[in-house]
Design a protein around this ligand. Structure first.
Ligand SMILES: *[C@@H]1O[C@H](CO)[C@@H](O)[C@H](O)[C@H]1NC(C)=O
Ligand SMILES: *[C@@H]1O[C@H](CO)[C@@H](O)[C@H](O)[C@H]1NC(C)=O
Ligand SMILES: *[C@@H]1O[C@H](CO)[C@@H](O)[C@H](O)[C@H]1NC(C)=O
Ligand SMILES: *[C@@H]1O[C@H](CO)[C@@H](O)[C@H](O)[C@H]1NC(C)=O
Ligand SMILES: *[C@@H]1O[C@H](CO)[C@@H](O)[C@H](O)[C@H]1NC(C)=O
Ligand SMILES: *[C@@H]1O[C@H](CO)[C@@H](O)[C@H](O)[C@H]1NC(C)=O
Ligand SMILES: *[C@@H]1O[C@H](CO)[C@@H](O)[C@H](O)[C@H]1NC(C)=O
Ligand SMILES: *[C@@H]1O[C@H](CO)[C@@H](O)[C@H](O)[C@H]1NC(C)=O
Ligand SMILES: *[C@@H]1O[C@H](CO)[C@@H](O)[C@H](O)[C@H]1NC(C)=O
Ligand SMILES: *[C@@H]1O[C@H](CO)[C@@H](O)[C@H](O)[C@H]1NC(C)=O
Ligand SMILES: *[C@@H]1O[C@H](CO)[C@@H](O)[C@H](O)[C@H]1NC(C)=O
Length: 799
């Protein structure tokens, strides 16, 4: 049933003659969902959410563990502590959400006090090989034989607990479901629960709410739940505190008391065993109220008989529909390439999350998306990829960012659990808005977007740790962010003077692009500011590793307000030195070295090449960077460096570099990500690299490299046109990775880059491959534009 529906869907959306020739049987084998493995990145810091969710869904159900639990579950061998239904994906640092976990158990004897309520006591291993993760579905069997399955709707989750194979608890057969008023980070400030159980109907309800802290942001948030459990005759119910429980009272309010001591508490419902079937637990969620949590559950997963299978089917349909615009001709490429690809596509749609109707901060008819965690990670490839795959949704995300500006006075830089997240670099929502503009996303108020970006560029907020920019007085007066700036206007972490200078310069370049396009008279002013990065280039700076000179000259360095240079070792903050974040080892470059930031001038690579001493030196430096251990392939600033050779007329070197990282650093193992997925940032690097069109967002530019498959086609949602990029002489072993010549819509094409029209107008790009570099795409006029080129400058913003 499901598979036939998929077949129809592929046919209608893709109308590909190739697929049309295939039999229905082949379509069954080719169900795209079979190529998605949500467990990729579930250990070694990938921190992906591995459980059940809808595309961009708010409800995300999974088993939570006590090891690497930033995204809830991990295959790191740690123990399961609960099952919860709010999560983020791929984030770093503190674990996010995981509120109100429930936990099934059979307590020894009949005494409720023998149940294991505390997190450490109840943590349990699971049976090896019992984990199954698919889009919209997750299952695992606990060590004691309790079999658990889960799926979701938009704002509710459904869990099924089968106790029939459970090791009975010392003579007892009475299953208990408990709920813990906690979250993964144990950030709860205070919380309430009330328990109602009807012995006669065999259903019990626990509902309540709690105040928690965002995992990487300011303030606090309230979350609400409404849990209905059914499956047999109810024996008793009540609340628990510490490891003691009672059937009276049926309500509880818990706070943080002496020294902020963390009291564990919650509710429970116990059934009279043995049961004839499984226990079903429906968890409704909301950020508005307990009533809304109950309504969400009742509307999306109607009772009294909860149907897990049909919910799974709907979730699978929703995912297939999202994957439908893309089709691949394998050309003999490996199954693992295909799994790598589709699993990555899947992970780009876990977050941002659609919280429309769940925004507690303001009322609006506009869409509301949350878990932009963080835009510093997402603007580079993930959001540009969604612009390719899902432009209608991307427009709504952009509208949500603008609505946030309207109601909070500032564009967000990072958002999680409805709170403002910490800013890492520049005001990077600016880049997202302008990328949407140059790619013609529809339904967006561009004058409002201009106003919002100008606000970032001109006005310094009191708290620039979570919105806007800091040091704007110096930025306007000195034309760089000084080392040890004097800034009494606003407050933030006053580090990162080099990386903020580079990021603000790119933010201002994007603003200039929009200003010019909208006919404002500020474009020249912002274009001038876009060159500010040059003020921190110290042309005689050298760099040594373990006392050996690397023989490259010229790096960004910190500069005091008085114009005197400061010093930061160019290899500091690289993988060869100590990591630098906002709180640990804060430095003048953020999460990356001066070596890596040398290549972060997305709008003027041509000028960088000139400053570093022409193409050969630039290419040697890039090569050294990628082979010396200085490059941090597990973090976002590195992405663009992989494609830099395009600017020096050597697109073949970019292709070669991509293949040195995929699959060796981005692959299908559970530890197959080199760093935090960061909502889907690592995923989208994989996808657009494998498609062979990598963006430089904010500009209408994709770098061309050969796809990892025979061909890839993408249907554009706005125009229904199908774009195809294909290889001639495709070699599944990737020896032929060098473009010899190219045809665009049948005509010779020599540029090594292309605009977004490729997708909107449904063009066909055919690449002829060979096993060594050719002169294709090497000429000066074939390279992507740079701001200070003779042919670049203002023109590049108008393509
Ligand atoms: C998991 O729990 C078991 C007891 O069930 C314990 O022996 C083991 O050490 C725990 N594993 C971890 C990784 O904490
Ligand atoms: C059974 O449970 C009772 C009550 O907790 C306990 O005293 C007893 O030791 C348990 N027996 C076994 C074999 O676990
Ligand atoms: C929070 O939960 C408690 C317990 O169910 C309930 O009394 C209270 O009304 C809830 N508050 C809100 C705002 O929903
Ligand atoms: C927790 O306390 C804060 C501050 O007193 C209050 O605003 C909030 O409503 C409380 N939350 C819950 C869940 O009771
Ligand atoms: C690749 O996947 C197909 C379809 O699932 C399967 O029939 C084939 O055996 C797989 N090939 C390898 C080498 O695993
Ligand atoms: C977002 O969620 C709202 C509320 O559930 C829904 O009406 C809307 O269709 C969703 N938006 C998208 C773009 O899926
Ligand atoms: C830089 O040049 C010096 C002198 O020729 C040489 O000893 C050194 O090994 C070179 N450094 C690197 C990293 O190759
Ligand atoms: C500039 O300021 C720095 C830091 O205060 C100081 O070390 C340096 O001597 C000053 N340079 C000049 C030329 O005054
Ligand atoms: C897969 O990727 C991980 C993370 O980058 C890496 O550590 C591992 O060596 C890779 N595995 C293979 C087989 O290439
Ligand atoms: C694209 O196709 C859809 C579905 O057939 C249709 O509703 C829509 O009008 C088409 N859009 C364009 C621009 O042709
Ligand atoms: C955007 O629209 C303009 C004006 O219609 C057109 O010239 C341009 O090619 C479009 N860009 C894309 C990426 O579709």
């Amino acid at each position: 049933m499901v598979y036939i529906a998929y077949y129809t869907c592929i046919l209608s959306v893709l109308a590909s003659p190739l697929l049309a020739r295939k039999s229905a049987r082949q379509a069954v084998d080719n169900d795209v969902l079979n190529w998605v493995d949500p467990l990729i990145g579930s250990q070694n810091g990938g921190n992906v959410f591995a459980g059940a969710t809808l595309p961009y869904g708010m409800a995300k159900a999974v088993a939570d563990v006590d090891g690497e639990n930033t995204g809830g579950f991990s295959t790191d061998g740690s123990n399961i502590t609960g099952f919860s239904a709010l999560h983020d994906s791929g984030t770093g640092g503190n674990p996010s959400l995981g509120n109100f976990p429930i936990f099934p158990q059979i307590c020894p004897a009949d005494d409720i006090d023998t149940c294991k309520f505390l997190i450490g006591a109840r943590a349990t291993q699971y049976k090896s090989g019992s984990v199954q993760a698919r889009p919209g579905f997750f299952r695992v069997t606990l060590e004691n034989g309790i079999h658990t399955e889960m799926t979701v709707s938009e704002h509710a989750a459904l869990f099924r607990f089968d106790f029939s194979q459970a090791v009975s608890g010392n003579g007892s057969t009475n299953p208990m479901i408990m709920l813990d008023l906690t979250d993964l980070w144990a950030s709860r400030q205070n919380a309430s629960i009330s328990v109602e159980a009807e012995d006669s109907t065999g259903t019990g309800r626990m509902k309540g709410n709690g105040t928690f802290l965002p995992s990487f942001g300011a303030g606090s948030y309230m979350a609400y739940f409404c849990l209905d459990v059914g499956g047999g005759k109810i024996k008793d119910s009540g609340v628990w505190v510490n490891d003691r429980a009672g059937t009276e009272p049926k309500e509880l309010y818990v706070t943080r008391g002496f020294n902020n001591f963390y009291l564990q508490a919650g509710g429970f419902i116990r059934f009279q065993g043995p049961l004839t079937g499984p226990v079903l637990a429906r968890m409704g969620l909301s950020f508005i109220s307990t009533e809304q949590a109950c309504q969400n559950a009742e509307r999306e997963i109607p009772g009294p008989d909860f149907d897990l299978e049909s919910l799974v089917t709907s979730a699978e349909e929703a995912w297939r529909e999202k994957f439908a615009p893309i089709s691949i001709e394998m050309g003999g490429a490996s199954n693992s390439s295909q799994t790598n690809f589709w699993s990555a596509v899947y992970r780009t749609m876990i977050s941002p999350q659609n919280y429309t109707g769940e925004n507690p901060h303001w009322q609006s008819a506009e869409p509301y998306f949350d878990s932009f965690y963080c835009i510093w990670d997402m603007w580079r490839v993930q959001l540009p990829f969604l612009t390719v795959l899902d432009p209608l949704m991307m427009s709504k995300m952009v509208r949500s960012l603008l609505d946030t500006y309207k109601h909070r006075g500032w564009l967000p830089d990072c958002m999680m659990s409805t709170c403002r997240g910490w800013t890492q670099g520049g005001s990077d929502a600016d880049n997202v808005l302008v990328d949407a503009y140059v790619k013609n996303l529809t339904g967006i108020d561009w004058n409002l977007a201009y106003e919002a970006i100008v606000n970032d560029a001109e006005n310094e907020p009191l708290e620039w740790s979570f919105q806007g920019r800091g040091g704007l007085t110096s930025w306007k007066k000195l034309n760089y962010i000084p080392y040890l700036d004097f800034d009494p206007v606003g407050f933030g972490t006053n580090s990162r003077s080099i990386s903020r200078t580079l990021e603000y310069a790119y933010n201002d370049f994007n603003l200039a692009t929009l200003a010019k396009a909208l006919g404002k008279d500020t474009d020249k002013k912002y274009l001038a500011r876009a060159a500010n990065w040059q003020n921190l280039f110290k042309s005689d700076q050298r760099s040594s590793i373990n006392g050996v000179d690397t023989n490259f000259t010229g790096f960004f360095q910190p500069k005091y307000m008085n114009g005197t240079w400061g010093y930061q070792d160019p290899i500091a903050c690289s993988p060869l030195a100590e990591f630098c974040s906002l709180t640990s080892n804060p430095s003048e470059t953020f999460e990356s070295s001066a070596w890596e930031y040398m290549f972060f001038v997305p709008h003027d690579v041509g000028k960088v090449i000139e400053l570093l001493g022409e193409e050969e030196t630039f290419l040697r430096r890039l090569e050294f960077f990628h082979t010396s251990g200085l490059a941090d392939i597990g973090n976002e600033p590195v992405f663009l460096t992989v494609y830099m050779p395009h600017y020096a007329g050597r697109p073949g070197l970019s292709a070669k570099r991509v293949h040195s990282y995929i699959p060796s650093s981005f692959n299908t193992s559970y530890d197959g990500l080199p760093g935090n997925d960061d909502s889907g940032a690592m995923a989208s690097f994989t996808i657009l690299s494998m498609i062979g069109l990598f963006p430089n967002p904010g500009q209408n530019v994709y770098f061309i490299t050969p796809p990892f498959f025979q061909s890839v086609s993408v249907v554009n949602q706005l125009t229904n046109a199908t774009a195809t990029i294909s290889n001639v002489n495709f070699d599944k072993d990737y020896k032929n990775i060098y473009i010899q010549s190219a045809k665009l819509n049948g005509k010779e094409y020599s540029k090594n880059w292309i605009g977004h029209e490729f997708f909107t107008q449904g063009w066909t790009l055919e690449l002829v491959l060979g096993d060594s570099e050719s002169d294709w795409g090497t000429k000066v006029e074939d390279r992507p534009p740079s701001m200070s080129d003779s042919q670049g400058g203002m023109e590049m913003m108008m393509q």
